[in-house]
Design a protein around this ligand. Structure first.
Ligand code: HEM
Length: 485
């Protein structure tokens, strides 16, 4: 539960405590209240809240955010991430200290550009299935596109992370797909409900037992995929040995997944990851790598459907690059889609998929002129940070031009951090941008999108991910001839 607290009892500097009774937070929504307070107290450098027994400093100014994100010391995640541990263990997102440093070093090369390029094929293939599904809505009633996009993103991450095609787009009722969604909901609910924090108490509630059931489904699935992949690798090595007496990996063109690379990655001492370590990382990619991208894509479509002038500019750019062909998107095409890139960035400014994230301070530090003691939990609210009217005038307006290179000059580097920043930034940033641009290019090459909701009808909720709780309702028209506008 969130409550205000008198700073003087915990911290030396007393000016920033909320005088209101914040008990209402659970009635009107945690994120909603954060939106209200960060606006109301925009001129303050920071403020403090209680989440149940947990005191939290709330940051939404670039100078304050920089102190935390640029530091190589404050890399420890807050207590709230503990509820991800049963599912993700202490993988890249949740680990800290030497374990995190060593993992980050081992895993960074798997996101190399040349490897991402291979994944573009998967994005084109799965995007093709999405287009066929969207086709049946052309010139029909408005429909909610949220799930279609999300299942496409899920298929993409499954195939790229595990090398496994789960066909979520065609079979949304798979046990694994359902478990992923239910698990994310349960974790968010637990984070906001301090009475569900102790494990023993949690297990007394039906949510706790459901959590256990879903955990088994998720882990069994990943364990099976890893075991299959190990067997496949052994087989192919054996076949290679049998055919030419050489035990090196075959030079066949089979597409690699992150999992293949994790199986061969070694640390500085030449040690490989255990199967359990690998499961942590694969589960982390599955969790962090699709919901985020799906939300970002949905918001971008909503914004374009709401801003026809910007959509026309995207269409013109697409026509210049693709003419009226429907060929797969290439890396070269992506480089040329500069306006679309600004659209993607501006959509993430207004609707950052991760609207807040938290750290626990490893040592006392000075933020915004105030001494904050070691152990304090710090919440970075990207949603509010990105709406600073001094830096982004008329912050609620969708203006991709804000991200033209000439308009970014001199901007504080920590004023726009949808992928976080500093040593613990998002490792999947380039992957996500590639996926967003590719899917948007595929969709907008073929369709004209109209958004059917006003901003207040979206039902914005921001827990782990910023989502429209009422979905994204759009209408589609087929574009007559690419290049005719
Ligand atoms: C639009 C899409 C995405 C957004 C907005 C996003 C945003 C973020 C943010 C804000 C963080 C920092 C979280 C924190 O400090 O608690 C993060 C971390 C992370 N993200 Fe992403 N992400 C996206 C896509 C992806 C994808 C596609 C992957 C994997 C394929 C991925 C993997 C990760 C991992 C592993 C971390 C932890 C990195 C570390 O601590 O070293 N993300 N992401």
């Amino acid at each position: 539960m969130l409550q205000c607290f008198e700073t003087s009892c915990l911290f030396n500097n007393p000016p920033f405590f909320l005088k209101k009774n914040l008990i209402c937070l659970f009635i009107s929504g945690f994120f909603k209240q954060l939106q209200v307070y960060t606006e109301e107290f925009r001129s303050w450098p920071l403020f403090k809240l209680w989440i149940g027994p947990l005191p939290v400093m709330v940051l939404y100014h670039p100078e304050c955010v920089e102190v935390i994100l640029s530091s190589s010391k404050h890399i420890e995640k807050s207590y709230l991430y503990k509820f991800l541990h049963p599912w993700l263990g202490t993988g890249l997102l949740t680990s800290t200290g030497d374990k995190w440093r060593s993992r980050r070093k081992m895993i960074t090369p798997t996101f190399h550009f040349s490897i991402l390029t291979d994944f573009l094929d998967v994005m084109n293939e799965q995007g093709g299935i999405l287009l066929e599904k969207l086709e049946k809505h052309v010139d029909k009633e408005p429909f909610d596109v949220f799930l279609d996009i999300t299942l496409c993103a899920l298929d993409i991450i499954c195939e790229t992370a595990m090398g496994k095609n789960i066909g979520a787009q065609e079979n949304k009722d798979s046990e694994y797909v359902r478990a992923i969604y239910r698990m994310s909901d349960l974790i968010q609910q637990r984070q906001k409900s301090p009475w569900l924090w102790p494990n023993l108490v949690y297990m007394l509630f039906k949510e706790g037992r459901e959590h256990e059931r879903n955990l088994k489904i998720l882990h069994n699935f990943t364990d099976t995929v890893i075991a299959e992949k190990v067997a496949e690798l052994e087989n192919s090595k054996q076949m290679k040995r049998d055919t030419d007496g050489n035990c090196e990996e075959s030079g066949s063109k089979k597409r690699k997944a992150f999992l293949d690379m994790l199986l061969s990655a070694t640390d500085d001492g030449g040690n490989k990851l255990s199967y359990r370590d690998i499961r942590e990382e694969v589960d982390t990619f599955m969790f962090e790598g699709h919901d985020t991208t799906a939300a970002a894509l949905n918001w971008a479509l909503y914004l374009l459907g709401h801003n026809p002038e910007a959509q026309k500019k995207v269409h013109r750019e697409l026509d210049e690059v693709f003419g009226d062909t429907e060929r797969p998107v290439t890396v070269d095409d992506l480089k040329k889609l500069r306006y679309l890139e600004c659209v993607v960035k501006e959509a993430l400014r207004l609707f950052p998929s991760v609207p807040l994230f938290a750290r626990a301070l490893r040592e006392d530090c000075c933020i915004g002129g105030y001494q904050v003691p070691k152990g304090t939990n710090v919440l970075v609210i990207t949603y509010a940070l990105h709406r600073d009217p001094e830096i982004f005038p008329d912050p609620e307006e969708f203006r991709p031009e804000r991200f033209f290179p000439e308009n970014c000059k001199g901007r504080h580097p920590y004023v726009y951090v949808p992928f976080s920043a500093g040593p613990r930034n998002c490792i999947g940033q380039r992957f996500a941008q590639m996926e967003e641009k590719t899917l948007l290019a595929l969709i907008l090459r073929r369709f004209w999108v109209d958004s059917c909701q006003k901003p207040e009808e979206l039902g914005i909720t921001g827990d782990l991910i910023l989502r429209p709780s009422n979905g994204i309702w759009i209408k589609l028209k087929r574009r007559p001839h690419a290049g005719s506008e």
